[in-house]
Design a protein around this ligand. Structure first.
Ligand code: PRX
Length: 703
């Protein structure tokens, strides 16, 4: 597996891991009694011999204009086609049918960040009206039609799901870029998706102050133009209609305020377009090993069925629940489990504008108390942060969760226990959900009423998902062996991405090439899907996810590609070489540290700040490095490859291992002393790493 013959390396996934088996926690009886999936017969209905027809149980949660002919069409393997022949509209399923049944039922509860600002309740009837009006505007004013792509760069406001659903109503493929990404990052995605329209917002509240968001639209358009993509129109929602929160001018004839235009479409209705089940619903860009972000293309029928089904089974959403997923809609979690899944089930979904600890660590629990939230979904990073800033806050508030889910990163058992006993007050089920942008919905999790929880493990494969752990040679690593490997899913499932937008070869390469033995096979058994995570399976079938096996750094549950970070640093003209490595962080899981070497003759003063700014400009503040280290040279193999594992070890105070085979072993000690002394001086010394953390650091970048 190693590219360079002069280096003896093992991949992270091959390193045996050791940890204590955690005890089981049974689901609370009160939860079990009311759960959607509390009859073990469901496990049989989704057994492997029922595949793929088992998934009609999820598809039957939707209203179809035309029922499908074939559940799974493998004729273009591995470009799976689910529910072919079927026709439906995603917006109709998320809005119209619930509005028809009960127009006054609350669809969206929007909580602005400022506590004194009023909470907004949007009923299904109101949502239908607003979606219709905006769809009319998209069609008439923006000239958009079925199959067009449109880029959204919006914060956590109700106008975001309204925009998404209006697109879905017309079969327009939306591509929402996380609001915290920079203008440049948005521009790259505009160009890749071929969008001629950008939909954005003037500003939004974050940590107590309003940010100028519109400025990013101008940067995005400049970047898109550089990549030969012209954008005709920028539609700007205003957070407060009539009041512009940005200092950035509106470009005449290009930029338009939505609230100026929408009046013309008041009361208009737009027929939902009956879409083929296999038509794309949206793109969601994600990072991988190589530079350019990949647009994961998700389907209409398969995706919506999968998120509706998993929202029902795993999040236990009933129509009368108040459900709060404290993620950002700009990530896949928000698409699947704030917007499409919960609304398909006709529940009330909470959207919170701001950061969880604004103005203090009690905020989420006050929101839960006020709104009567009974299902809560968040990430280990948020849990760690809330535990740190307010370990005793949950007890002060009168709320009661029945189910609490987590997503995005492995959760440490100790953090899990705080979540369970303090946030959940020992009365809620905890559902750890493991999955990826590419997979549309959950891959590994416990069915909360039927399978006990085990801290730190996500659980077995989700219903109808059959995981396998392979070594580098496609030998299956048996459950209970204590050995880690590359986790794959043996079968396709309805939520799986259809392809990488515009790059089908990359879809094959990244997810299938490694373990597919016969590229001509039309049999799904020949196409294990490579998830990109290292994992271990215990005897009971529960999976423990160890983290990415590619060069991706998971910061606060968000994937950042090392190549993207390094390319951003290289936009600084004085930088000769750059390498990004992870450092273990007790709150965010991992943070990024950059190592850069400068071109000859460059004065290093101020270069750290320049590199940081470049990363914020190219990617966004989320990628801001914890430290930038200027080094005279990078440790390299004789074939010239930067040894990221050596500098990662330095950053994490881990043993750098054997460096004698490097081309320049003599520089390592100097770098180690410089970096570690600076860290000690700053009081930034890490706790001792666990076995799995050590394995990750000491093998980082090996592949
Ligand atoms: O490494 C896994 C980690 O997040 C990666 C996927 O990131 P992204 O595509 O941004 O999607 C995040 C939300 C679905 C995975 O490859 N990951 C996700 N969930 C878990 C997890 N690691 C451990 N436990 C989880 N529950």
């Amino acid at each position: 597996m190693t590219e360079n013959s002069d280096e003896e390396v093992v991949s992270e996934s091959q390193i045996a891991v050791h940890w204590r088996e955690e005890e089981y926690y049974p689901p609370p009886p009160a939860f079990v009694a009311q759960a959607n999936a509390n009859d073990p017969a469901i496990l049989d209905r989704f057994a492997e011999d029922k595949f793929p027809d088992c998934f009609t149980e999820y598809a039957d949660l939707l209203d179809w204009d035309r029922r499908w002919d074939t559940v799974l069409d493998t004729s273009q393997a591995p470009f799976w086609r689910w529910f072919t022949g079927g026709r439906l509209n995603a917006c109709f399923n998320c809005v119209d049918r619930h509005a028809a049944a009960d127009p006054d039922k609350t669809a969206i509860i929007w909580v602005p960040e400022l506590e004194e600002d009023e909470t907004l309740y949007i009923s299904y009837g109101d949502l239908l009206r607003r979606v219709n009006e905006f769809a009319a505007l998209l069609q008439d004013f923006a000239g958009l039609k079925t199959g067009d792509r449109v880029t959204l760069h919006m914060p956590m406001v109700p106008e975001l799901p309204i925009t998404m659903l209006a697109c879905a109503r017309l079969g327009i493929i939306h591509s929402q870029v996380f609001g915290g990404f920079s203008g440049n990052a948005c521009g790259t995605r505009i160009a890749d998706s071929g969008s001629r329209v950008l939909i954005t917002m003037d500003g939004y509240y974050r940590a107590g102050s309003i940010t100028d968001h519109k400025v990013k639209a101008d940067e995005a358009l400049a970047e898109a133009a550089r990549l030969d993509q012209e954008v005709d129109k920028v539609l700007v929602w205003r957070r407060q209609p009539g009041q512009y929160a940005s200092a950035t001018p509106m470009a005449d004839g290009r930029d338009f305020f939505v609230d100026d235009l929408i009046g013309k479409y008041a009361g208009q209705e737009v027929e939902p377009v009956s879409m083929d089940a296999t038509a794309p619903l949206f793109l969601m860009y994600t990072s991988g090993t190589t530079g350019r972000p990949k647009g994961a293309q998700h389907s209409t029928g398969g995706y919506l069925s999968y998120v509706a089904g998993t929202s029902k089974v795993y999040q236990d959403i009933h129509p009368n629940d108040v459900y709060w997923c404290m993620a950002d809609i700009g990530w896949i979690t928000g698409h699947s489990y704030i917007v499409y899944g919960p609304l398909a089930l006709g529940t009330s979904t909470v959207i919170y504008e701001g950061v969880p600890n604004y103005p203090d660590g009690g905020r989420p629990w006050r929101i839960a108390q006020k709104l009567g939230v009974n299902i809560f979904h968040t990430s280990p990073t948020a849990i760690r942060m809330l535990r740190k800033v307010g370990p005793d806050e949950p007890a002060k508030y009168d709320y009661q969760f029945k189910n609490m889910t987590t997503v995005g990163e492995p959760i440490e058992p100790e953090v899990w226990r705080w979540y369970y006993s303090s946030v959940g007050k020992g009365q809620a089920a905890i559902t750890d959900t493991w999955w990826l942008t590419e997979t549309g919905g959950f891959l590994g999790s416990t069915v909360p009423a039927l399978q006990p929880m085990k801290p730190g493990s996500c659980g077995p494969g989700a219903l109808g998902i059959f995981p396998v752990i392979y070594d580098e040679n496609r030998n299956e690593i048996p459950a209970g062996s204590g050995r880690a490997g590359n986790i794959c899913i043996r079968n396709p499932w309805p939520g799986i991405m259809q392809t990488v937008w515009g790059q089908p070869e990359r879809f094959l390469d990244v997810y299938y090439r490694k373990y597919n033995a016969d590229p001509d096979s039309k049999d799904w058994h020949d196409w294990p899907f490579l998830c990109g995570d290292g994992a271990v399976r215990s005897e009971d079938g529960y999976i423990r996810i160890l983290g990415r096996i590619d060069d991706v750094i998971n910061v606060a549950g968000h994937r950042l590609g090392t190549k993207e970070l390094e390319s951003a640093a290289l936009t600084v003209p004085e930088v000769a070489e750059a390498a990004a490595v992870p450092v273990i962080d007790d709150i965010r899981g991992r943070m990024v540290e950059m190592y850069v070497s400068l071109k000859p003759g460059v004065v290093p003063d101020g270069m750290e700040a320049k590199v940081t700014t470049a990363i914020e400009t190219e990617i966004g503040k989320i990628a801001r490095p914890k430290n930038v280290w200027i080094v005279p040279d990078m440790p390299k193999t004789r074939s010239g490859k930067i040894m990221r594992r050596v500098i990662a070890s330095v950053s994490n105070f881990a043993d750098v291992g054997d460096v004698t085979t490097l081309a320049n072993p003599e520089i390592v000690e100097g770098i180690r002393q410089h970096v570690q002394k600076a860290k000690v001086d700053k009081g930034d010394t890490p706790r001792p790493l666990t076995d799995t953390e050590l394995a990750e650091i000491q093998s980082f970048g090996n592949e």
